[in-house]
Design a protein around this ligand. Structure first.
Ligand SMILES: [Zn+2]
Ligand SMILES: [Zn+2]
Ligand SMILES: [Zn+2]
Length: 56
């Protein structure tokens, strides 16, 4: 089974042991799990810009 990726539409991060489960989907971090509703950045230190892509 391949590594699962974050359910955040624009996030390519692999969900590891710190996965955040929400609505039956797994996200890499709390920010993604909350759909960046409050502008939380992605926890990934790789410059993932899914938080920006989440809005407009
Ligand atoms: Zn991300
Ligand atoms: Zn993510
Ligand atoms: Zn995200």
């Amino acid at each position: 089974m391949p590594d699962k990726t974050c359910a955040c539409p624009h996030c390519k991060c692999v969900v590891g042991k710190n996965a955040v489960m929400k609505d039956g989907k797994s996200y890499c971090c709390k920010g993604c799990a909350e759909h960046h509703a409050h502008g939380e950045p992605c926890a990934a230190a790789t410059g993932c810009e899914c938080a920006k892509s989440a809005h407009g």
